[in-house]
Write a protein that binds this ligand. Structure first.
Ligand SMILES: [Zn+2]
Ligand SMILES: [Zn+2]
Length: 942
């Protein structure tokens, strides 16, 4: 890469080239570290194999990549572990849909053939999101890529299951689960979406047995479930029902006698205060049923059709059954009333079918049971490690949320009725009914020796395998060197929505299984820190959703502005705990930032070329000085900008401060060191936004806007030593600033960094160079203070000139009131100030605070001596023209707002904007008229 960069910054070309290079060079492969080495490891929350990159990923990946690159450049063995999740239900649905389009049903096809198709699908489409990750520049270790259905990881899943079975932590039992009658599987709460739906509330009268005329009215949104009622509950405190305690009611239509039970399930404040209890078809009733030992009467089959327990309604679909039952209740006079009612209806996230709570036999993990070897329960340990700080949450409030959840956690239903996933390693015996759980496929029942055994048809919940990832992906159950070195991982960056489903489960399983491998119990946790990132919303702070049509596609943003600009936008907005309102205008401005750096590089190289032609200085001198320190070197980590050329300066050079080094050099070196410290401090606490702002301000504001301007004359100096020192210093600062920015904008900095070395870089990538560290010895508070005074002075004068609209070329006398020290500073830097067009300074002995055209700061007061010479005729003409323009706009605005056709079509915000503008215009026109009148008056005076 020669240093003559193309004129225009073209991120698409640059980014494609480096993304390929990083992968081809296997640049981010982290070999297993030796004991005692400083390690940073991080697990990628594996995207679904069916997934496509969305803005949430983009934020999550940007944050992780910044951390990984920063830590790598700090000299750590940084390992970022990538992989994909087999996503049981999502993938199965995808393939089922594909089959349906070919007119094939998976059940006709059979399990084995179906699984072949899924693997085929995965081969064909499953790698898409990984390709997108490469475009983002994710610095993951591709050599370690995993897939949760890999042979290796599947073995770990089986081992974990068998061990916990042997430990008595896994059991089979009946439980009420969310059931999708279409997908025919249990769903986790996460897979159920809740829709506010207009429904009805039916009130049904249940007559009390042996008390003619007495009845209890219960309300329900699902009348068909009454067929499965096994009790009616009233609250023990409810005086209305005191006289019915111990009685029974007769179920309408069915005739069955069921008890009246006393339970908190019934709340006197709600409805009649009495509720029907259907243990087999409602999760709360299920719990109540357990408390009162009620029969669990199942009235529907797995497809949500009424079964043999539904008597005359048998065979009806649940919706048909509802209609028939309501009609029959009405006819029999048992229907007390019907009301409109809004119901939060649970639907299957995949197929949108209404979920039916269903009692079924499932596999469970006992999370509240102490282990047989005397350790506390999984949930207890998972609470302990967070309580005692072995795992730290950022933002901190998630610790409380996590602990509250973990206090109320129930046994975890780990089985799913799917085909795609890790099949449960349990075999049922047809002869004795016994269950054989085994690491390898058994030939016979372990209880009776029968060969008539068949493997359980369920697969494990996807979260079961992903809960093992922090160690299974590192080679567990083997005791591997990777597990020793990289577990616990350093940090986990993830979203709030899977705190419980994934994070909590990794903590439970990690602490449980790694306990035997880690002698230091601080190391049993799967990660030492959890950073919960925010949500990316649209520019109006609305949640992005397909139905609203406000989803921003990250690939589209990348194509338009470049990955670097998109990454920087997200980083600059990623304040912990604050959602991001993503707007393209921000990305546009960070694209301008990238462009600014590009141009700064071109400016620098142009000057370097000239110096080379004049045999004054060349980039080879810079390269030979080795200003960078390779990240993994033994010599420790020197400060970011080494060998700053103070000694080379001519002692009598003009513009020289007390120390012999020009103020701007001492200042930029100090700022560089301070900023390096600030960036690392911010990243250490996940304050990505702060880190990004600091880098941005340093590179654009301090380097480009100030330093380059101040040092320019020295680059052109006739004094060879002075010019050589200036070249040496500016290239060093620039190269250091590239390294500072590299984790945020990896592509742009890589491109320019290679150019700085004219194509022969000392390392394969800037990503392997040392991250700038703050060196206290290079901090120079005096230089920073002095430079701030000069900058304030320059800015103050600029602002006054702008306000007065002083023509560019007009020189004006400037008066300054300051202490002798500040005066000395200003005088010592007269040269630099002159180049900023501050000359002819006159120091005065009295405050200028009250004078016109003045500014006051804590250190000085400044005033421009300016007599406004106005050409009244020209000014009046100009203002009159402006007035005409405003009046024209006002006309157009008014006619639009008066046009019903326009108003009917225009979006509300456009109309709103026009109305606002009209008010503005009215006031602007008024002001202009006054101004013109004033000008005319003054003209008349002359
Ligand atoms: Zn479904
Ligand atoms: Zn048997």
């Amino acid at each position: 890469m020669p240093h003559d960069l193309p004129k225009a910054y073209d991120p698409a070309e640059i980014e494609r080239r480096w993304a390929d290079y990083w992968v081809a060079e296997n640049l981010f492969h982290a070999p297993t570290p030796k004991p005692g080495e400083d390690v940073f490891s991080i697990l990628l929350p594996p995207p679904n194999v069916t997934g496509l990159l969305h803005m949430g990923h983009m934020l999550n990946h940007t944050e992780m990549d910044i951390l990984a690159r920063w830590q790598r450049m700090l000299g750590k063995d940084a390992m970022w572990l990538p992989g994909t999740d087999h996503a049981g239900i999502a993938t199965q649905m995808m393939v089922e849909r594909q089959l349906a389009s070919e007119g094939i049903n998976r059940r006709e096809m059979g399990r084995e053939k179906f699984l072949e198709r899924v693997w085929q699908w995965r081969e064909q489409y499953g790698g898409y999101i990984l390709e997108q990750m490469k475009r983002l520049g994710d610095s993951v270790d591709w050599s370690r890529e995993f897939f949760t259905m890999d042979e290796r990881l599947s073995r770990a899943v089986r081992e974990a299951f068998v061990r916990m079975w042997e430990e008595g932590l896994i059991y089979r039992g009946t439980y009420i689960v969310n059931w999708c009658p279409r997908c025919m599987t249990a769903l986790s709460d996460l897979e159920v979406i809740h829709d506010e739906t207009h429904g009805k509330l039916w009130e049904i009268r249940y007559p009390v047995v042996d008390m003619p005329g007495e009845s209890i009215v219960v309300a329900t949104t699902r009348p068909e479930t009454m067929l499965g009622d096994t009790a009616v509950a009233v609250n023990p405190r409810d005086e209305r029902y005191q006289h019915l305690h111990g009685r029974k009611v007769r179920l309408p239509l069915v005739g069955r006698e069921i008890p009246i039970i006393l339970d908190e399930l019934a709340q006197p404040e709600f409805g009649t205060g009495a509720v029907k209890v259907t243990p087999a078809h409602d999760p709360n009733d299920f719990e109540a049923g357990k408390r009162h030992n009620l029969e669990e009467l199942v009235i529907m089959d797995e497809t949500a059709r009424m079964n043999e327990n539904a008597g005359p309604y048998r065979g009806l679909d649940r919706h048909e059954a509802r209609e028939r039952i309501v009609a029959d209740l009405e006819e029999s006079g048992a229907l007390a009333s019907v009301k409109d009612y809004t119901v939060p209806l649970g639907k299957c996230d995949r197929c949108k079918t209404v979920v039916e709570p269903r009692i079924s036999t499932q596999w469970f993990l006992a999370v509240n049971k102490p282990t047989t070897d005397g350790r506390p329960s999984l949930a207890q340990v998972a609470r302990d490690v967070v309580n005692d700080g072995r795992i730290r949450f950022t933002p901190e409030n998630y610790k409380t949320i996590y602990l509250q959840w973990m206090e109320n956690i129930h046994d975890w239903c780990i089985s799913r009725q799917l085909w795609w996933g890790h099949r449960i390693p349990a075999w049922h015996c047809a002869d004795c009914g016994g269950i054989t759980v085994s690491r390898t496929t058994p030939a016979r029942c372990e209880h009776c020796g029968s060969a008539k055994i068949e493997q359980d048809s369920d697969v494990l919940d996807t979260w079961f395998s992903s809960g093992l990832l922090p160690f299974s992906a590192l080679g567990w159950p083997q005791k591997t060197a990777d597990c020793d070195a990289f577990y616990p991982t350093s940090t986990l960056v993830t979203g709030f929505d899977i705190l419980f489903f994934w994070v909590a489960r990794m903590i439970m399983l990690g602490c449980h299984f790694m306990d035997e491998q880690k002698t230091d119990k601080r190391d049993i946790v799967p990660f030492r820190e959890v950073y919960i990132h925010a949500l990316v919303r649209d520019a109006e702070r609305q949640k992005m959703s397909k139905t609203k049509g406000n989803v921003v596609d990250p690939i589209h943003v990348i194509e338009k502005y470049g990955t670097d600009a998109a990454r920087f936008t997200l980083a600059a907005m990623a304040a912990p705990g604050t959602d991001i309102a993503f707007s393209e205008s921000r990305t546009e401005s960070y694209r301008a930032f990238a462009n600014k750096i590009w141009n700064a590089a071109r400016f620098l190289f142009m000057n370097v070329d000239r110096a080379e032609e004049q045999k004054l200085w060349s980039l080879n001198e810079f390269a030979a000085a080795k200003p960078w320190t390779p990240a993994a070197s033994d010599c420790g980590h020197a400060a970011g900008v080494q060998g700053f050329a103070a000694a080379m300066l001519h002692p009598s050079a003009p513009n020289t401060g007390a120390l012999g080094t020009p103020l701007e050099d001492r200042w930029i070196l100090s700022r560089f060191n301070r900023v390096s410290g600030e960036v690392s401090a911010a990243l250490g606490e996940y304050r990505f936004h702060e880190a990004a702002h600091v880098v941005y301000h340093f590179f654009w504001g301090e380097y480009c806007d100030w330093y380059v301007e101040l040092i320019k004359p020295r680059l052109l100096s006739a004094d060879r030593d002075e010019a050589r020192a200036a070249f040496s210093n500016i290239v060093r600062v620039f190269e250091g600033a590239l390294r500072l920015l590299a984790p945020f904008m990896p592509f742009l900095t890589e491109e320019i960094w290679h150019a700085v070395y004219n194509g022969t870089t000392p390392l394969k990538s800037i990503a392997l160079a040392a991250y700038p560290r703050s060196d206290a010895a290079q901090l120079d508070p005096d230089a920073e203070r002095d430079m701030a005074i000069l900058q304030d002075l320059i800015v103050a004068v600029r602002n006054i000139r702008a306000e007065l609209k002083v023509p560019q070329k007009e020189e004006l006398p400037i008066e300054v009131f300051a202490s002798p020290e500040v005066r000395a500073l200003i005088e010592a830097n007269a040269g630099a100030l002159e180049r900023e067009r501050i000359s002819g300074l006159k120091f005065v002995g009295e405050s200028l605070a009250k004078a016109s055209n003045s500014r006051a700061t804590a250190r000085f007061e400044v005033r421009l001596a300016y007599e406004q010479k106005i050409d009244y005729a020209a000014e009046t003409a100009r203002e009159t023209k402006e007035l005409e323009r405003l009046e024209g706009e006002y006309q157009k605005n008014s006619s639009q707002l008066a046009n019903p056709g326009f108003l009917a079509k225009a979006p509300a915000h456009v109309v709103e904007g026009l109305k606002k503008r009209r008010v503005e215009l009215e006031s602007l026109i008024e002001t202009k008229k006054i101004r013109i009148a004033e000008l005319r008056r003054k003209m008349g005076e002359r």
